[in-house]
Write a protein that binds this ligand. Structure first.
Ligand code: GLA
Length: 412
């Protein structure tokens, strides 16, 4: 009989913070009262995959896995951050931010500085030490680190910036510096989630609603299965898919005699227009548009099921969303597709889909917590066999809903 792999739960926050501050104090000799902590949760998106960039409706939820950044101001314009997850630190001067360098985690820090400097003067730099509670990639760690840097830079510079504006600053970092044409799902979920609520985001109007967990909802937990594959989204098919969706929107709007739009998005196309004219699109663009309209409908049905406490129906819709990501959006990596297939077939799983864009990172499941051991066993039995290269790298993480990003004081 095989032994199921460990299922990780959140590490105690106080222990992590002590470790980060101890390391920071080895390098920072200023006022200890100035040390603060940015606590930024990772997020899941149970429904509403790949439609944020087309201004669709999406759902998000922060989980109890967070990036922690202990930081303090520097007054000579130096920015210096080290991560306990990576060997190298990042150092530069505020008045000479280096350009993007492929594959470096410091890109998000440099991009966040530039995004803020676009609108604000930043006299104070910062020194910081950070760590994460999950393997990198797949639960939106890039948005989480970017938010950690923004909150820290804003704090040391006494800037009070509303979360709505931080949504835009993350977008500016991703689009202008990193080169990823993504939507607002990640940062909005991280900046607005409340524990035990599902966050509903209309990416066209940027209206945010919170739907509480119904008191009669059957117990559930969130299982994130990290595939063992980490890769930045730039360089995957992410931007191509965005462009394909926009091309589908452009053709549909043109067919219906609507004037050319500079930035066509599928949200501007009515479902009726797609139903009537969609067959005229080339097959690939039809699939992308079918994913968009299908996902919009699943989000609406899923939110109704969530509000009614019907976690089984909500889960079914998640699994359908996963299938559409594979068949219509064609974005799964082989590892994530295998995880999705295993989870879909395993009793105790209400629903499963890719956690993020599906090119790498984690597969997500809503599960009955009582079945967690059997689910782990099923993954252990099948996944390493199919993907032996990942056998030593994949991991299972049992998560709970959590609240949005915040700044914590550190007291000596
Ligand atoms: C990534 C992007 C998001 C969103 C998801 C897929 O996480 O950063 O904007 O498109 O993929 O839903």
């Amino acid at each position: 009989m095989t032994k199921a792999p460990a299922i990780y739960v959140a590490r105690p926050e106080a222990v992590r913070i002590d470790g980060l501050v101890e390391r920071l104090r080895q390098q920072y000799t200023g006022d200890l009262a100035a040390i603060r902590i940015a606590k930024v949760p990772l997020r899941i998106s149970p429904l509403g995959a790949h439609i944020d960039h087309q201004l669709g409706n999406v759902t998000g939820m922060a989980v109890d896995r967070a990036i922690l950044l202990a930081f303090a101001p520097t007054d000579d314009g130096t920015v210096h951050v080290e991560s306990r997850d990576f060997a190298h630190s990042t150092t530069f001067q505020l008045n000479a931010v280096p350009p993007y360098r492929k594959g470096e985690w410091g890109n998000y820090l440099r991009g966040a500085v530039l995004a803020l400097q676009h609108s604000y003067a930043l006299p104070q730099g910062l020194i910081g030490v950070m760590d994460s509670d999950m393997p990198i990639g797949g639960l939106s760690s890039s948005a989480a680190v970017t938010i950690a840097y923004l909150l820290a830079l804003e704090s040391v510079n006494d800037l009070t910036i509303p979360p709505e504006e931080n949504i835009t600053l993350v977008t500016r970092t991703e689009h202008d510096y990193i080169g990823l044409n993504n939507g607002i799902l990640d940062q909005t979920s991280i900046l607005f989630s409340e524990r035990n609520y599902l966050t509903l985001i209309d990416c066209e109007t940027i209206q945010i609603e919170k739907a509480p967990i119904h008191p009669e909802t059957h117990d559930f937990a969130i299982l994130a299965v990290y595939s063992g594959v980490t890769q930045a989204l730039v360089g995957t098919g992410y931007n191509n898919r965005v462009a394909e969706c926009q091309e589908a929107a452009r053709q549909l709007l043109q067919q219906s005699g609507q004037p050319d739009q500079a930035n066509p998005r599928l949200r501007k196309v009515s479902p009726e227009l797609f139903a009537e004219q969609g067959h005229q699109l080339p097959a690939l663009l039809q699939r992308r548009a079918r994913h968009f309209f299908g996902e919009m409908a699943r989000v609406a049905q899923g939110v109704a099921a969530w509000r009614a406490g019907d976690i089984a129906r909500f889960g079914e819709l998640m699994t359908e969303s996963g299938a559409s990501s594979i068949d219509n959006y064609e974005c799964g990596s082989p590892q994530l597709i295998t995880l999705y297939q295993i989870l879909r077939e395993t009793p105790g799983v209400y629903g499963t889909r890719f956690s993020g864009a599906g090119f790498r990172g984690s597969c997500l499941a809503l599960i009955d917590p009582a079945a967690s051991e059997q689910i782990a066993e099923a993954i252990h039995r099948h996944y390493p066999q199919t993907h032996p290269a990942e056998a030593d790298h994949y991991s299972l993480h049992l998560c709970q809903p959590a609240s949005k990003a915040s700044l914590l004081d550190w007291r000596t």
